[in-house]
Design a protein around this ligand. Structure first.
Ligand code: PMP
Length: 428
Protein backbone atom coordinates (compact mmCIF):
# COMPACT_ATOMS: atom_id res chain seq x y z
CA UNK A 1 0.00 0.00 0.00
CA UNK A 2 1.22 3.48 -0.79
CA UNK A 3 0.83 6.21 1.78
CA UNK A 4 -1.82 7.86 -0.46
CA UNK A 5 -3.78 4.59 -0.43
CA UNK A 6 -3.47 4.37 3.35
CA UNK A 7 -4.56 7.97 3.83
CA UNK A 8 -7.46 7.62 1.41
CA UNK A 9 -8.74 4.54 3.26
CA UNK A 10 -8.43 6.40 6.56
CA UNK A 11 -9.97 9.60 5.16
CA UNK A 12 -13.07 7.80 3.92
CA UNK A 13 -13.97 6.90 7.50
CA UNK A 14 -14.37 10.50 8.64
CA UNK A 15 -14.74 12.57 5.45
CA UNK A 16 -17.48 11.77 2.92
CA UNK A 17 -15.71 10.03 0.04
CA UNK A 18 -12.41 10.90 1.71
CA UNK A 19 -12.34 14.39 0.20
CA UNK A 20 -13.59 17.89 0.86
CA UNK A 21 -14.51 18.54 -2.78
CA UNK A 22 -15.78 15.73 -5.02
CA UNK A 23 -13.53 15.86 -8.09
CA UNK A 24 -10.49 15.26 -5.86
CA UNK A 25 -11.68 11.69 -5.28
CA UNK A 26 -10.61 10.70 -8.83
CA UNK A 27 -14.15 9.58 -9.63
CA UNK A 28 -13.65 10.78 -13.18
CA UNK A 29 -10.58 8.61 -13.81
CA UNK A 30 -10.76 5.84 -11.20
CA UNK A 31 -7.97 4.81 -8.85
CA UNK A 32 -6.69 6.41 -5.66
CA UNK A 33 -6.17 10.15 -5.44
CA UNK A 34 -2.69 11.33 -4.60
CA UNK A 35 -2.49 12.94 -1.20
CA UNK A 36 -0.28 15.97 -1.51
CA UNK A 37 2.36 16.91 1.04
CA UNK A 38 3.79 20.04 -0.50
CA UNK A 39 4.25 21.99 -3.71
CA UNK A 40 6.94 24.19 -5.12
CA UNK A 41 7.23 25.97 -8.48
CA UNK A 42 5.79 23.73 -11.22
CA UNK A 43 5.82 20.64 -8.99
CA UNK A 44 3.61 18.99 -6.43
CA UNK A 45 4.85 16.19 -4.19
CA UNK A 46 2.66 13.37 -2.98
CA UNK A 47 2.68 11.72 0.42
CA UNK A 48 4.97 9.01 -0.97
CA UNK A 49 7.55 11.60 -1.94
CA UNK A 50 6.93 11.40 -5.71
CA UNK A 51 7.18 14.66 -7.67
CA UNK A 52 4.76 15.60 -10.46
CA UNK A 53 4.75 18.43 -12.97
CA UNK A 54 1.46 20.02 -11.97
CA UNK A 55 -1.14 21.14 -14.50
CA UNK A 56 -3.89 21.67 -11.93
CA UNK A 57 -2.34 24.54 -9.97
CA UNK A 58 -4.94 24.28 -7.21
CA UNK A 59 -7.55 24.45 -10.01
CA UNK A 60 -6.26 27.69 -11.39
CA UNK A 61 -4.91 30.21 -8.91
CA UNK A 62 -1.23 29.24 -8.83
CA UNK A 63 -0.30 31.29 -11.88
CA UNK A 64 3.14 32.14 -10.55
CA UNK A 65 3.74 28.52 -9.58
CA UNK A 66 3.51 27.02 -6.12
CA UNK A 67 5.08 28.49 -3.01
CA UNK A 68 6.04 31.69 -4.75
CA UNK A 69 8.40 33.58 -2.42
CA UNK A 70 6.76 36.98 -3.01
CA UNK A 71 3.34 35.67 -2.01
CA UNK A 72 4.77 33.66 0.86
CA UNK A 73 6.55 36.70 2.30
CA UNK A 74 3.43 38.83 1.94
CA UNK A 75 1.40 36.24 3.84
CA UNK A 76 3.97 35.87 6.58
CA UNK A 77 4.16 39.64 7.03
CA UNK A 78 0.37 39.87 7.25
CA UNK A 79 0.12 37.00 9.73
CA UNK A 80 2.33 38.92 12.13
CA UNK A 81 -0.41 41.57 12.42
CA UNK A 82 -3.26 39.23 13.32
CA UNK A 83 -5.47 36.90 11.33
CA UNK A 84 -8.86 38.59 11.11
CA UNK A 85 -10.50 41.73 12.47
CA UNK A 86 -14.06 41.83 11.16
CA UNK A 87 -13.53 45.52 10.48
CA UNK A 88 -12.41 47.41 7.37
CA UNK A 89 -8.73 47.54 6.48
CA UNK A 90 -6.57 49.60 4.14
CA UNK A 91 -5.61 46.40 2.34
CA UNK A 92 -9.19 45.98 1.14
CA UNK A 93 -9.15 49.47 -0.35
CA UNK A 94 -5.87 48.77 -2.13
CA UNK A 95 -7.28 45.48 -3.43
CA UNK A 96 -10.47 47.09 -4.69
CA UNK A 97 -8.47 49.78 -6.50
CA UNK A 98 -6.19 47.16 -7.99
CA UNK A 99 -9.12 45.13 -9.33
CA UNK A 100 -10.77 48.27 -10.69
CA UNK A 101 -7.55 49.25 -12.46
CA UNK A 102 -7.06 45.80 -13.99
CA UNK A 103 -10.66 45.15 -15.11
CA UNK A 104 -12.20 48.19 -16.80
CA UNK A 105 -15.83 47.03 -16.41
CA UNK A 106 -15.45 46.93 -12.62
CA UNK A 107 -16.11 50.24 -10.91
CA UNK A 108 -16.88 48.79 -7.51
CA UNK A 109 -16.07 45.38 -6.08
CA UNK A 110 -16.98 43.34 -3.02
CA UNK A 111 -14.78 40.59 -1.62
CA UNK A 112 -16.16 37.21 -0.60
CA UNK A 113 -14.45 33.93 0.28
CA UNK A 114 -15.16 31.60 -2.65
CA UNK A 115 -16.24 31.55 -6.26
CA UNK A 116 -19.58 30.07 -5.26
CA UNK A 117 -20.28 33.04 -3.03
CA UNK A 118 -19.25 35.42 -5.80
CA UNK A 119 -21.63 34.04 -8.43
CA UNK A 120 -24.46 33.47 -5.95
CA UNK A 121 -24.21 37.06 -4.72
CA UNK A 122 -23.92 38.50 -8.23
CA UNK A 123 -27.10 36.68 -9.21
CA UNK A 124 -29.00 37.86 -6.16
CA UNK A 125 -27.89 41.38 -6.99
CA UNK A 126 -28.96 41.05 -10.63
CA UNK A 127 -32.35 39.74 -9.56
CA UNK A 128 -32.80 42.49 -7.00
CA UNK A 129 -31.65 45.22 -9.36
CA UNK A 130 -33.86 44.15 -12.28
CA UNK A 131 -36.73 42.93 -10.12
CA UNK A 132 -36.89 39.76 -12.21
CA UNK A 133 -36.64 36.12 -11.07
CA UNK A 134 -35.36 34.09 -13.99
CA UNK A 135 -31.72 33.64 -14.90
CA UNK A 136 -30.03 32.10 -17.92
CA UNK A 137 -26.99 29.84 -17.86
CA UNK A 138 -25.37 27.48 -20.34
CA UNK A 139 -25.22 23.72 -20.28
CA UNK A 140 -21.74 22.53 -19.33
CA UNK A 141 -20.82 25.75 -17.53
CA UNK A 142 -20.21 25.52 -13.79
CA UNK A 143 -20.60 28.50 -11.54
CA UNK A 144 -20.25 26.98 -8.08
CA UNK A 145 -22.86 25.09 -6.13
CA UNK A 146 -25.54 27.64 -5.24
CA UNK A 147 -29.03 26.18 -5.61
CA UNK A 148 -30.01 28.24 -8.63
CA UNK A 149 -26.83 27.30 -10.47
CA UNK A 150 -26.87 23.53 -10.01
CA UNK A 151 -29.49 23.21 -12.66
CA UNK A 152 -29.51 21.33 -15.93
CA UNK A 153 -31.61 21.85 -19.01
CA UNK A 154 -35.05 20.29 -19.07
CA UNK A 155 -35.83 17.68 -21.66
CA UNK A 156 -37.04 20.03 -24.39
CA UNK A 157 -34.99 22.97 -25.61
CA UNK A 158 -37.29 25.55 -24.09
CA UNK A 159 -38.38 23.81 -20.92
CA UNK A 160 -37.80 24.86 -17.32
CA UNK A 161 -34.54 23.93 -15.65
CA UNK A 162 -34.35 20.84 -13.50
CA UNK A 163 -32.24 20.41 -10.34
CA UNK A 164 -28.99 18.57 -11.04
CA UNK A 165 -28.71 17.58 -7.37
CA UNK A 166 -31.17 16.29 -4.80
CA UNK A 167 -31.77 18.95 -2.17
CA UNK A 168 -32.65 21.67 -4.67
CA UNK A 169 -36.38 22.27 -4.81
CA UNK A 170 -37.83 22.12 -8.32
CA UNK A 171 -39.47 25.44 -7.48
CA UNK A 172 -36.02 27.05 -7.25
CA UNK A 173 -34.64 25.36 -10.35
CA UNK A 174 -37.56 26.40 -12.50
CA UNK A 175 -36.25 29.95 -12.51
CA UNK A 176 -33.01 28.85 -14.14
CA UNK A 177 -33.12 28.60 -17.92
CA UNK A 178 -30.40 26.69 -19.71
CA UNK A 179 -29.13 27.55 -23.19
CA UNK A 180 -26.44 25.99 -25.37
CA UNK A 181 -22.91 27.39 -25.07
CA UNK A 182 -21.65 29.00 -28.27
CA UNK A 183 -25.19 29.06 -29.68
CA UNK A 184 -26.59 32.59 -29.61
CA UNK A 185 -29.87 31.48 -31.12
CA UNK A 186 -30.60 29.25 -28.13
CA UNK A 187 -30.16 32.27 -25.84
CA UNK A 188 -32.35 34.43 -28.04
CA UNK A 189 -35.06 31.77 -28.04
CA UNK A 190 -35.20 31.88 -24.25
CA UNK A 191 -35.42 35.67 -24.24
CA UNK A 192 -38.21 35.50 -26.78
CA UNK A 193 -40.09 33.08 -24.58
CA UNK A 194 -39.57 35.17 -21.42
CA UNK A 195 -38.90 38.71 -22.73
CA UNK A 196 -39.46 40.54 -19.44
CA UNK A 197 -38.63 37.85 -16.85
CA UNK A 198 -34.90 37.17 -17.24
CA UNK A 199 -32.73 39.08 -14.75
CA UNK A 200 -29.37 38.06 -16.14
CA UNK A 201 -27.24 35.78 -18.21
CA UNK A 202 -24.30 34.19 -16.40
CA UNK A 203 -21.58 32.76 -18.60
CA UNK A 204 -18.02 31.47 -18.42
CA UNK A 205 -16.16 33.59 -21.01
CA UNK A 206 -13.99 30.56 -21.74
CA UNK A 207 -15.80 27.46 -20.54
CA UNK A 208 -13.40 25.65 -18.23
CA UNK A 209 -15.70 23.15 -16.60
CA UNK A 210 -16.46 21.15 -19.73
CA UNK A 211 -12.77 20.78 -20.50
CA UNK A 212 -11.70 24.02 -22.27
CA UNK A 213 -14.08 25.60 -24.78
CA UNK A 214 -13.33 29.15 -25.90
CA UNK A 215 -16.23 31.28 -27.11
CA UNK A 216 -16.81 31.28 -30.86
CA UNK A 217 -16.46 34.61 -32.65
CA UNK A 218 -19.27 36.96 -31.70
CA UNK A 219 -20.78 34.76 -28.96
CA UNK A 220 -19.97 36.94 -25.95
CA UNK A 221 -20.71 40.20 -27.74
CA UNK A 222 -23.94 38.66 -28.98
CA UNK A 223 -24.93 37.90 -25.38
CA UNK A 224 -24.18 41.50 -24.47
CA UNK A 225 -26.47 42.69 -27.25
CA UNK A 226 -29.24 40.31 -26.19
CA UNK A 227 -29.03 41.53 -22.59
CA UNK A 228 -29.28 45.12 -23.78
CA UNK A 229 -32.23 44.32 -26.02
CA UNK A 230 -34.18 42.56 -23.27
CA UNK A 231 -33.14 44.65 -20.26
CA UNK A 232 -31.13 41.91 -18.53
CA UNK A 233 -27.70 42.11 -16.92
CA UNK A 234 -24.70 40.23 -18.28
CA UNK A 235 -22.63 38.47 -15.61
CA UNK A 236 -19.29 37.14 -16.77
CA UNK A 237 -17.98 34.46 -14.45
CA UNK A 238 -14.22 34.93 -14.44
CA UNK A 239 -13.59 32.75 -11.41
CA UNK A 240 -11.33 30.61 -13.56
CA UNK A 241 -10.36 32.97 -16.36
CA UNK A 242 -9.86 36.24 -14.45
CA UNK A 243 -6.18 37.21 -14.46
CA UNK A 244 -5.36 33.87 -16.12
CA UNK A 245 -6.51 34.33 -19.70
CA UNK A 246 -5.38 37.96 -19.81
CA UNK A 247 -4.60 40.85 -17.47
CA UNK A 248 -8.07 42.35 -17.88
CA UNK A 249 -9.71 38.91 -17.74
CA UNK A 250 -11.23 37.02 -20.65
CA UNK A 251 -13.65 39.94 -21.05
CA UNK A 252 -10.71 42.15 -22.02
CA UNK A 253 -9.31 39.48 -24.32
CA UNK A 254 -12.63 39.13 -26.19
CA UNK A 255 -13.68 42.78 -25.96
CA UNK A 256 -16.97 42.45 -24.12
CA UNK A 257 -18.17 44.56 -21.20
CA UNK A 258 -20.36 42.83 -18.63
CA UNK A 259 -22.51 44.57 -16.02
CA UNK A 260 -21.14 42.30 -13.31
CA UNK A 261 -18.10 40.06 -13.03
CA UNK A 262 -17.53 37.16 -10.65
CA UNK A 263 -13.94 36.57 -9.62
CA UNK A 264 -12.35 33.90 -7.46
CA UNK A 265 -9.32 31.73 -6.79
CA UNK A 266 -6.77 33.79 -8.70
CA UNK A 267 -7.26 36.98 -6.70
CA UNK A 268 -6.49 34.97 -3.58
CA UNK A 269 -3.17 33.66 -4.87
CA UNK A 270 -4.08 30.33 -3.26
CA UNK A 271 -6.03 31.71 -0.29
CA UNK A 272 -9.84 31.37 -0.13
CA UNK A 273 -11.02 34.50 -1.94
CA UNK A 274 -13.74 35.43 -4.38
CA UNK A 275 -15.21 38.76 -5.44
CA UNK A 276 -17.93 40.25 -7.53
CA UNK A 277 -17.92 43.68 -9.04
CA UNK A 278 -19.20 45.81 -11.84
CA UNK A 279 -21.05 48.99 -12.65
CA UNK A 280 -21.21 51.34 -9.67
CA UNK A 281 -24.92 51.93 -10.08
CA UNK A 282 -25.59 48.19 -9.87
CA UNK A 283 -23.07 47.49 -7.11
CA UNK A 284 -24.51 50.22 -4.93
CA UNK A 285 -27.71 48.24 -4.90
CA UNK A 286 -26.17 45.90 -2.29
CA UNK A 287 -26.16 46.50 1.45
CA UNK A 288 -25.33 48.78 3.13
CA UNK A 289 -25.91 51.30 0.29
CA UNK A 290 -28.75 49.29 -1.26
CA UNK A 291 -31.50 46.86 -0.36
CA UNK A 292 -29.97 43.55 -1.60
CA UNK A 293 -28.41 41.76 1.35
CA UNK A 294 -24.97 40.19 1.17
CA UNK A 295 -22.32 39.77 3.89
CA UNK A 296 -19.37 37.69 5.12
CA UNK A 297 -17.50 37.46 8.44
CA UNK A 298 -14.19 36.64 6.79
CA UNK A 299 -14.73 38.67 3.61
CA UNK A 300 -11.69 40.79 2.79
CA UNK A 301 -9.58 38.78 5.23
CA UNK A 302 -6.18 40.49 5.59
CA UNK A 303 -4.10 37.36 4.97
CA UNK A 304 -6.08 36.52 1.85
CA UNK A 305 -5.90 40.13 0.61
CA UNK A 306 -2.13 40.18 1.13
CA UNK A 307 -1.64 36.98 -0.83
CA UNK A 308 -3.96 38.12 -3.59
CA UNK A 309 -2.44 41.56 -3.92
CA UNK A 310 1.06 40.13 -4.07
CA UNK A 311 -0.06 37.85 -6.87
CA UNK A 312 -1.87 40.59 -8.83
CA UNK A 313 1.16 42.88 -8.52
CA UNK A 314 3.39 40.19 -9.98
CA UNK A 315 0.89 39.58 -12.79
CA UNK A 316 0.97 43.26 -13.75
CA UNK A 317 4.65 43.02 -14.69
CA UNK A 318 5.56 43.27 -18.37
CA UNK A 319 5.54 40.14 -20.47
CA UNK A 320 3.79 37.90 -17.93
CA UNK A 321 0.77 37.02 -20.07
CA UNK A 322 2.80 36.63 -23.23
CA UNK A 323 5.05 34.16 -21.39
CA UNK A 324 2.09 32.26 -19.94
CA UNK A 325 0.35 32.02 -23.32
CA UNK A 326 3.57 30.91 -24.98
CA UNK A 327 4.14 28.12 -22.48
CA UNK A 328 0.53 27.00 -22.81
CA UNK A 329 0.80 26.91 -26.58
CA UNK A 330 3.98 24.82 -26.37
CA UNK A 331 2.28 22.23 -24.17
CA UNK A 332 -0.99 22.14 -26.11
CA UNK A 333 0.56 22.02 -29.59
CA UNK A 334 3.28 19.69 -28.33
CA UNK A 335 0.74 17.19 -27.01
CA UNK A 336 -1.18 17.37 -30.26
CA UNK A 337 1.96 16.65 -32.27
CA UNK A 338 2.92 13.72 -30.06
CA UNK A 339 -0.59 12.24 -30.35
CA UNK A 340 -0.48 12.64 -34.14
CA UNK A 341 2.88 10.87 -34.25
CA UNK A 342 1.21 7.86 -32.63
CA UNK A 343 -1.86 8.03 -34.85
CA UNK A 344 -4.07 9.09 -31.96
CA UNK A 345 -6.85 11.50 -32.89
CA UNK A 346 -6.74 14.41 -30.51
CA UNK A 347 -7.95 18.02 -30.62
CA UNK A 348 -6.62 20.79 -28.39
CA UNK A 349 -8.04 24.11 -27.30
CA UNK A 350 -6.04 26.75 -25.48
CA UNK A 351 -6.22 30.39 -24.58
CA UNK A 352 -4.01 32.39 -22.20
CA UNK A 353 -2.89 30.05 -19.45
CA UNK A 354 -5.51 27.33 -19.90
CA UNK A 355 -5.81 24.40 -22.26
CA UNK A 356 -7.83 21.27 -22.92
CA UNK A 357 -7.21 18.04 -24.80
CA UNK A 358 -9.98 16.00 -26.41
CA UNK A 359 -9.73 12.47 -27.68
CA UNK A 360 -12.01 12.89 -30.66
CA UNK A 361 -12.06 12.69 -34.43
CA UNK A 362 -13.37 16.27 -34.56
CA UNK A 363 -10.90 18.89 -35.79
CA UNK A 364 -12.39 21.56 -33.55
CA UNK A 365 -14.34 21.24 -30.32
CA UNK A 366 -16.73 24.11 -29.69
CA UNK A 367 -19.80 22.51 -28.07
CA UNK A 368 -20.61 20.66 -24.87
CA UNK A 369 -22.20 17.83 -26.81
CA UNK A 370 -18.90 17.16 -28.56
CA UNK A 371 -17.14 16.97 -25.21
CA UNK A 372 -19.55 14.31 -24.01
CA UNK A 373 -18.76 12.25 -27.12
CA UNK A 374 -14.98 12.14 -26.54
CA UNK A 375 -13.26 8.83 -25.83
CA UNK A 376 -13.34 8.65 -22.04
CA UNK A 377 -11.55 5.31 -21.81
CA UNK A 378 -8.64 6.67 -23.80
CA UNK A 379 -8.54 9.72 -21.55
CA UNK A 380 -8.40 7.51 -18.46
CA UNK A 381 -5.58 5.41 -19.89
CA UNK A 382 -3.69 8.57 -20.85
CA UNK A 383 -4.36 10.13 -17.47
CA UNK A 384 -3.00 7.23 -15.45
CA UNK A 385 -0.06 6.80 -17.81
CA UNK A 386 0.88 10.44 -17.32
CA UNK A 387 0.44 10.19 -13.56
CA UNK A 388 2.82 7.25 -13.47
CA UNK A 389 5.27 9.28 -15.53
CA UNK A 390 5.11 12.14 -13.01
CA UNK A 391 2.67 14.50 -14.75
CA UNK A 392 -0.36 15.59 -12.76
CA UNK A 393 -3.31 16.52 -14.98
CA UNK A 394 -6.83 17.35 -13.80
CA UNK A 395 -8.43 14.02 -12.88
CA UNK A 396 -11.40 14.50 -15.20
CA UNK A 397 -11.98 14.80 -18.93
CA UNK A 398 -14.27 17.74 -18.17
CA UNK A 399 -11.71 20.06 -16.60
CA UNK A 400 -9.25 22.47 -18.17
CA UNK A 401 -5.49 22.27 -17.63
CA UNK A 402 -3.51 25.17 -16.18
CA UNK A 403 0.03 26.36 -16.74
CA UNK A 404 2.10 28.53 -14.43
CA UNK A 405 5.02 30.85 -15.01
CA UNK A 406 7.17 28.26 -13.23
CA UNK A 407 6.64 25.75 -16.02
CA UNK A 408 9.97 26.04 -17.83
CA UNK A 409 11.46 24.32 -20.86
CA UNK A 410 12.55 21.42 -18.68
CA UNK A 411 9.05 20.73 -17.36
CA UNK A 412 7.43 21.16 -20.76
CA UNK A 413 9.90 18.78 -22.39
CA UNK A 414 9.40 16.26 -19.57
CA UNK A 415 5.64 16.47 -20.15
CA UNK A 416 5.88 15.91 -23.88
CA UNK A 417 8.41 13.08 -23.49
CA UNK A 418 6.09 11.46 -20.95
CA UNK A 419 3.15 11.75 -23.35
CA UNK A 420 5.28 10.16 -26.09
CA UNK A 421 6.00 7.14 -23.87
CA UNK A 422 2.40 6.90 -22.69
CA UNK A 423 0.96 7.04 -26.21
CA UNK A 424 3.40 4.39 -27.37
CA UNK A 425 2.18 2.10 -24.57
CA UNK A 426 -1.54 2.72 -25.18
CA UNK A 427 -2.99 0.01 -27.38
CA UNK A 428 -5.57 1.39 -29.77
N1 PMP B 1 -17.25 29.63 -11.31
C1 PMP B 1 -16.35 28.98 -12.08
C2 PMP B 1 -16.20 29.34 -13.52
C3 PMP B 1 -15.58 27.98 -11.51
O1 PMP B 1 -14.70 27.31 -12.28
C4 PMP B 1 -15.73 27.66 -10.14
C5 PMP B 1 -14.91 26.58 -9.46
N2 PMP B 1 -14.14 25.81 -10.22
C6 PMP B 1 -16.67 28.38 -9.41
C7 PMP B 1 -17.40 29.36 -10.01
C8 PMP B 1 -16.88 28.10 -7.95
O2 PMP B 1 -15.78 28.50 -7.21
P1 PMP B 1 -15.47 27.87 -5.77
O3 PMP B 1 -15.11 26.45 -5.99
O4 PMP B 1 -14.36 28.70 -5.23
O5 PMP B 1 -16.71 28.03 -4.96
Amino acid sequence: MTRSEDLFAQAKKTIPGGVNSPVRAFNGVGGTPKFIDKADGAYIYDADGKAYVDYVGSWGPMILGHNNPVIREAVLAAVANGLSFGAPTELEVIMAEKVRDMVPSIEQVRMVSSGTEATMSAIRLARGYTNRDKIMKFEGCYHGHADCLLVKAGSGALTMGQPSSPGIPADFAKHTLTATYNDLESARALFEQYPTEIACIIVEPVAGNMNCIPPVEGFLRGLRALCDEFGALLIIDEVMTGFRVAKGGAQGHYGVKPDLTALGKVIGGGMPVGAFGGRKEVMEYIAPTGPVYQAGTLSGNPIAMSAGLAQLNELCKDGVYEALADKTQQVAEGLKAVAAKHGIKMAVNYVGGMFGIFFTDAEKVTHFEQVTQCDLELFKAFYHGMLEEGVYLAPSAFEAGFLSLSHGDKEIKATLDAADRVFSRIKL
